[in-house]
Design a protein around this ligand. Structure first.
Ligand code: UT7
Length: 319
């Protein structure tokens, strides 16, 4: 049986820290409200001269260097992003060029905040079907580019960053199983409605979110997908070593953990310092937990994502 095994992880966070105290000066909000409603204390914001593909490149280099991987083994690049540098070419192609990995397939994938779950599931399918041996999977987003910093409903929640992971063919797991879902009926609750047409943006170019509706759907979908995946793979919630959920709101994370009867000690939390970094959120959390020594080889990981679309998914992985 062919499996996809994690051989390296990496991450990148921009230097600029945007604190709740700074946001208090910009919009009618408070540190107390933001922490109690979302768990977020600060987030990182991409530099003026940086682009989302720069963050992806830095995360990829971090994964390669911190694990002594020779980049020539990479035979496919998938970048999960909803904030590409340009409409085309894709950030994956920009990254391929910077890594000097000519001729290998490279493409972007947009499933918003669930993008990384979609990307590793796709990488796993390519590896299992022997169409790729080592896939570089990136989650990278500069959501701040689409934030209206006069809109307190959204500007306190999001941050920027990138996470990277290398999946390689192996005889042992690896990715045990994954579940992906989408419901286009979620369109109006979380979107960037503006459309680029004939040289002009038609409509609101900033993130619009109905927070309460998204919150309810996120808790319901993340709980359901975790249960379905455990059932499908014949694992029990007691066997999970670590839950690595999408980092949107500590209350969503707590509700999901509660549904699985998992104590918060078994949940990786970075939302306090990263905010919601969209497709970067899960790989950033994963890399932080591996580098800090929390996650160890052999641990059973449950990764989960939820985002615009709606889209959601989960992956059960033996690290
Ligand atoms: O990646 C997936 C995408 N995003 C998510 O998963 C986020 C999902 N939603 C959430 O995280 C939460 O719904 C929020 C953090 C956005 C809001 O928390 P909530 O407990 O659902 O608050 P609420 O929407 O019920 O709003 C409570 C009040 C409202 O005032 P009124 O109508 O009760 O007078 C808001 O206007 O809080 C007000 N409010 C704020 N107050 C201070 C909204 N934003 C702010 C703010 N500061 N930044």
């Amino acid at each position: 049986m062919i499996y996809s095994k994690i051989i390296a992880t990496g991450s990148y966070l921009p230097e600029r820290v945007l604190s709740n105290q700074e946001l208090e000066k910009i919009v009618d909000t408070s540190d107390e409200w933001i922490i109690s409603r979302s768990g977020i204390k600060e987030r990182r914001i991409i530099g003026e001269t940086q682009s989302p593909s720069d963050m992806a490149y830095n995360a990829a280099i971090n994964a390669l260097e911190s694990n002594n991987i020779d980049k020539s083994c990479i035979d496919m690049i998938i970048v999960a992003t909803c904030t590409p540098d340009t409409i085309f070419p894709s950030n994956a192609c920009l990254l391929q060029q910077r890594l000097k990995l000519n001729n290998i397939p490279a493409f972007d994938l947009n499933a918003a905040c669930s993008g990384f779950l979609y990307a590793i599931t796709m990488a796993d399918a390519y590896i299992k079907s022997n169409m790729a041996k080592t896939v570089l999977v990136i989650g990278s987003d500069a959501i701040s580019h689409y934030i209206d910093y006069t809109d307190r409903d959204t500007c306190v929640l999001f941050g920027d960053g990138a996470g990277a992971l290398l999946l390689q063919q192996s005889d042992s797991p690896g990715i045990i199983g994954s579940e992906l879902h989408a419901d286009g009926g979620g369109e109006t609750f979380l979107n960037v409605p503006g459309k680029l047409k004939n040289g002009t943006i038609h409509g609101n170019p900033y993130i619009h979110m109905d927070g309460r509706a998204v919150f309810k759907s996120a808790v319901k979908s993340l709980s359901q997908v975790a249960t379905a995946l455990l059932k499908k793979t014949n694992y029990t919630k007691e066997q999970i070593s670590w839950l690595i959920p999408h980092q949107a709101n500590i209350r969503i994370i707590e509700a999901t953990a509660n549904h699985l009867s998992l104590p918060m000690e078994k949940v990786i939390v970075t939302v306090d310092t990263h905010g919601n970094t969209a497709a970067a959120s899960v790989p950033l959390a994963l890399d932080m937990a591996i580098k800090s020594g929390k996650i160890k080889r052999g641990d059973l990981l449950l990764l989960e994502g939820f985002g615009a679309g709606y889209t959601w998914g989960a992956s059960l992985i033996r690290y």
